[in-house]
Design a protein around this ligand. Structure first.
Ligand code: ZN
Length: 342
């Protein structure tokens, strides 16, 4: 019996907790990287490649992982909440295989550019997504109250809108059937209010709202979600729980009640496909399916290479039986725009 990348990520995280200083940090980095590897480490090693060829494993951690693969250690108990309910990129790829129904999404609905904390321009993100076969992306840079990620105020959002219009015109001239949607990831206060002038939001194609503060409490946060769902400017609640691999478990709520309200107000909830987020996470999706809510999938990419992670969200939705017609990413762009404007 061999180890999956998820088990290796858990072993690396546990080793990081037992180590100190830079060694602990190296284990933490490797644990995070294991969720992103595009092949199972066991298959890489079985094919004769060293484990050190995998991202973030140097020679020392590579040897450690090879030792675990040869003689898998017992992992006692279940992982803590900050590491439970995760899958991996390699697993998502193998689950989706070449299923034609699930490997050709129209769009990717969350990503960042140099207008906030992303590494690439609007055009670089657009061209990479177009080359992957997408027909649209939503550019969702952060809003102004998130100073730490250089969030946009209304004036910067307007400048970005001009750049998006230029990019769309260039793509059209070049005969590329692709469109960049104007969107934002608007920060929401714990009482569900946004931080942008509603007039500035009127010009956008899609508005994501998300919580970035007070994410560590353990008490029930149902009211926070109900308030956000009733905020009429919001189309999608992004990374609803705010959880992150090996960092925090995320917010708690009465999820069936939240899903019922989302269905009633026709607000979509996101499956954030970035492997360190996976939020909503797989085990909440059957209840989301039952409530019939719309789902939005976004890679939350901060550079072009991270656009590859959409399958993590697609595999989770497919496994939960969410019909494709409830997933925004499969809507033709005109239908998506009409829904968001409605
Ligand atoms: Zn965010």
């Amino acid at each position: 019996m061999s180890l999956t990348n998820l088990e290796i990520a858990e072993l690396l995280a546990l080793s990081g907790e037992a180590a100190e200083g830079h060694r602990s940090k190296a284990y933490g980095r490797a644990s995070r990287a294991a969720l992103l590897w595009d092949a199972e480490a066991a298959d890489v090693v079985a094919a004769g490649e060293p484990a050190s060829s995998l991202e973030a494993l140097g020679d020392r951690l590579g040897a450690r992982v090879e030792g675990w693969l040869q003689d898998p250690p017992e992992i006692e108990g279940s992982p803590p909440e900050k590491r439970s309910g995760f899958s991996t990129y390699a697993k998502a790829l193998s689950e989706l295989g070449d299923d034609p129904d699930w490997t050709h999404p129209e769009g990717d609905l969350q990503m960042h550019t140099t207008y906030s904390d992303g590494q690439a321009s609007v055009k670089e993100m657009a061209l990479t997504a177009a080359n992957m076969g997408r027909s649209y992306v939503a550019i969702t840079d952060h809003s102004q109250s998130l100073k730490i990620v250089r969030g946009m105020d209304e004036a910067k959002l307007a400048r970005q809108g001009e750049e998006i219009a230029r990019t769309n015109a260039e793509l059209e001239e070049g005969g590329v059937d692709f469109r960049v949607l104007r969107a934002i990831e608007m920060d929401l206060t714990p009482s569900g209010e946004g931080d942008m002038d509603p007039a500035a939001l009127e010009d956008l194609d899609l508005v994501l709202g998300s919580f970035h503060s007070q994410l560590r409490g353990t008490e029930d946060q149902t009211d926070r979600y109900l308030a956000a769902i009733q905020n009429t400017h919001i189309n999608v609640i992004a990374h609803p729980r705010g959880r992150k691999w090996n960092l925090r478990g995320g917010l708690h709520a009465d999820w069936p009640r939240v899903f019922e309200a989302a269905a009633e107000h026709d607000v979509a909830l996101e499956i954030n496909a970035y492997p360190h987020r996976q939020d909503l996470q797989p085990e909440l999706l059957p209840a989301a399916q039952e409530a019939g809510i719309r789902i939005s999938i976004g890679t939350d990419a901060h550079d072009p290479s991270e656009l590859r992670f959409l399958p993590v969200g697609l595999a989770a939705a497919r496994a939960a039986g969410i019909p494709r017609d409830r997933i925004l990413n499969f809507m033709p762009r005109e239908a998506l725009l009409a829904w968001a404007a409605g």
